[in-house]
Ligand binder design. Structure first.
Ligand code: ADE
Length: 229
C-alpha cells in the first residue's frame, strides 16, 4: 500500500485532514510536526511545512528520507492564473518557478543546469484521481500548470508578468519546489490547490476572506482521493 506524504504550507491548510486522521502519532523534527496515521484507510504522513520554496523542499525531502513516503500530495490555496474562479480547484499537470523561469526570453536556468528541465511533470495517475475526486464532489476542476515563487502575487502588473512568461493555471509559493524535490527523488506527486483569490490588486482581501474555506475545499478532495489510492 502507498505511504502518502501530504504537505500544506499553513496550519489552515492541514487542519481538516489532521482532524480526520485516525491512529495519529506525532514526531517533531527541524521545527515541524509530522503526523503519521490513516485518512480514508490510506497510510499518511501529514505536515505543515511553512511558507515558501525552502521550507517546502526541505520538508518534502524529510518526508522521503525519514518517513519513507512513496507518494506526495501538496494541498492548499492559490491565486488564479486566469480561468479558475475563487473556490474552483486546480490540479497540477506540471509545476515551475516563476521567479527563475524565463526572467528574460532566452532564460531557462533550470533547463541549462541540473536537473535539466524547466518544469516538473505531475504523476498522470494522481492527476486523474484528483480530478475524479473533484467531479465526484461536484467541484469545478481545472488541470494545468502551477507557477511557484517566493512572493505573494498581489497586483495585476505582477500577475500579468508571471502569466506572460509562464502561462499558469494557478500561482502559489510551494508546489514547484515540492515538485522539484519529488522529481529528483523519483517520487510521484500532485498539487491540489483551491483558488482563494485572483492574484491581482484585490488578492489580499480575497485571500483573507477565503483562506479557510478554500483550504478545506482542497482537503475534502484529498479525503475522497485517498479512498481510491
Ligand atoms: N496563495 C494564495 N494566493 C496566493 C497568491 N496570490 N500568491 C501567492 N500565493 C498564494
Amino acid at each position: 500500500m502507498a505511504k502518502v506524504g501530504i504537505l500544506g504550507a499553513m496550519s489552515s491548510e492541514i487542519a481538516l485532514l489532521k482532524e480526520r486522521m485516525s491512529d495519529r502519532r506525532e514526531t517533531e523534527r527541524a521545527g515541524r510536526t509530522f503526523y503519521e496515521g490513516k485518512i480514508s484507510g490510506a497510510d499518511v504522513v501529514l505536515v505543515c511545512c511553512g511558507v515558501g520554496k525552502v521550507n517546502s523542499a526541505l520538508t518534502c525531502q524529510m518526508l522521503i528520507d525519514w518517513f519513507g513516503v512513496d507518494t506526495v500530495i501538496n494541498i492548499g490555496v492559490a491565486g488564479s492564473g486566469g480561468e479558475a474562479k475563487v473556490r474552483d480547484i486546480v490540479v497540477s499537470t506540471d509545476a515551475l518557478y516563476h521567479d527563475l523561469h524565463g526572467i528574460t526570453p532566452e532564460d531557462d536556468i533550470l533547463a541549462d543546469s541540473y536537473p535539466f528541465v524547466s518544469s516538473f511533470a505531475a504523476d498522470p495517475k494522481l492527476v486523474q484521481l484528483a480530478a475524479e475526486a473533484c467531479r465526484k464532489q461536484g467541484v469545478q476542476v481545472y488541470t494545468g500548470r502551477i507557477a511557484t515563487g517566493d512572493q505573494f502575487v498581489g497586483s495585476k502588473a505582477q500577475k500579468d508578468d508571471i502569466v506572460a512568461r509562464t502561462h499558469p493555471m494557478a500561482v502559489e509559493m510551494e508546489g514547484g519546489s515540492i515538485a522539484h524535490t519529488c522529481a529528483i527523488n523519483g517520487v510521484p506527486f500532485v498539487i491540489i490547490r483551491s483558488i482563494s483569490d485572483n492574484a491581482d490588486d484585490g488578492a489580499e482581501m480575497s485571500f483573507e476572506t477565503f483562506e479557510v474555506l478554500a483550504a478545506n475545499d482542497a482537503a475534502e478532495i484529498v479525503t475522497t482521493m485517498l479512498q481510491n489510492l
